[in-house]
Design a protein around this ligand. Structure first.
Ligand code: PGA
Length: 262
């Protein structure tokens, strides 16, 4: 069975101590009431928080970075390498988030280099894709996302795909309170899974977790996660409050358990 994943993307929020306390509270709550073993919780705080947070993490939650360098090491002022992340015990890295593509001009080539760096240092990658509003309005979102995937995943091997999670995040739904409908999201997720079949194989398509991101919150998580090809969520705003983040994790668990009883 594919792993179900709820990953919190804190973006540029919280101070270090707040991050540490959040993680401790989250772990305490999971200790008292463990999550289904097939649901993985991940927190991706700002880079600066990661070292302190890896020191208090127990086995319940994995930690991820929101970015890594496209280079191995050297004269790249301000950058943090995949190897440095691995060295302090980080497990995941988000690559190609739309905010990085848009505000920091990240190209597909750079994104691919970052993926290579992450994989070389045993980090699992959460690769983001998704279309802006004008593309959705022109109904060309599938070819847009296909191109994003071809330029990145299209250059990987089936073996490398074992370490990749895809997050579909329509840009018009990020931080806007406007969620894609479960049908819109499912349609794109099925399209992405189909891309994986054609690019790699049925087996790769079957094993790859595809997350939805974009104004996912406790009130819509169950409906979204109930869709056949949605394997959890990448959560921005709603991951900043422990109660909301845990409610979304429980929603993921609930859907998994309901599906198992049929
Ligand atoms: P949001 O952000 O949940 O605040 O819309 C999602 C994301 O950008 O990962």
């Amino acid at each position: 069975m594919r792993t179900k994943i709820v990953a919190g993307n804190w973006k540029m929020n919280k101070m270090v101590q707040q991050g540490v306390s959040f993680l401790q509270d989250c772990q305490q709550s999971l200790m008292a009431n463990p999550l289904h073993s097939n649901v993985q919780l991940i927190i991706c705080p700002p880079l600066l928080h990661l070292d302190a947070m890896t020191k208090v993490k127990d086995g319940h939650i994995k930690l991820g970075a929101q970015n890594c360098a496209a280079y191995e090491q050297g004269a790249y002022t301000g950058e943090v390498s995949a190897q440095m992340l691995q060295d302090i015990g980080v497990d995941y890295v988000i690559i190609g988030h739309s905010e990085r593509r848009q505000y920091f001009m990240e190209s597909s080539d750079q994104i691919l280099e970052k993926i290579h760096q992450a994989l070389a240092h045993k980090l699992r990658v959460i690769l983001c894709c998704g279309e802006p509003l004008e593309v959705r309005e022109a109904s060309t979102q599938e070819s847009f996302v296909q191109k994003q995937l071809e330029q990145t995943l299209g250059k990987l091997t089936a073996d490398e795909m074992k370490h990749i999670i895809i997050a579909y995040e329509p840009i018009w739904a990020i931080g806007t309170g406007k969620t894609a409908s479960p049908e819109q999201a499912q349609q794109m997720h099925a399209f992405i899974r189909n891309f994986l079949i054609h690019q790699f194989s049925e087996a790769v398509a079957h094993q790859t977790s595809i997350l939805y991101g974009g104004s996912c919150k406790p009130s819509n998580a169950v409906l979204l996660f109930s869709q056949t090809d949605i394997d959890g969520g990448l959560i921005g705003g709603a991951s900043l409050q422990l109660e909301d983040f845990m409610a979304i994790a429980r929603a993921c668990e609930q859907v998994l358990e309901e599906n198992q009883t049929y």
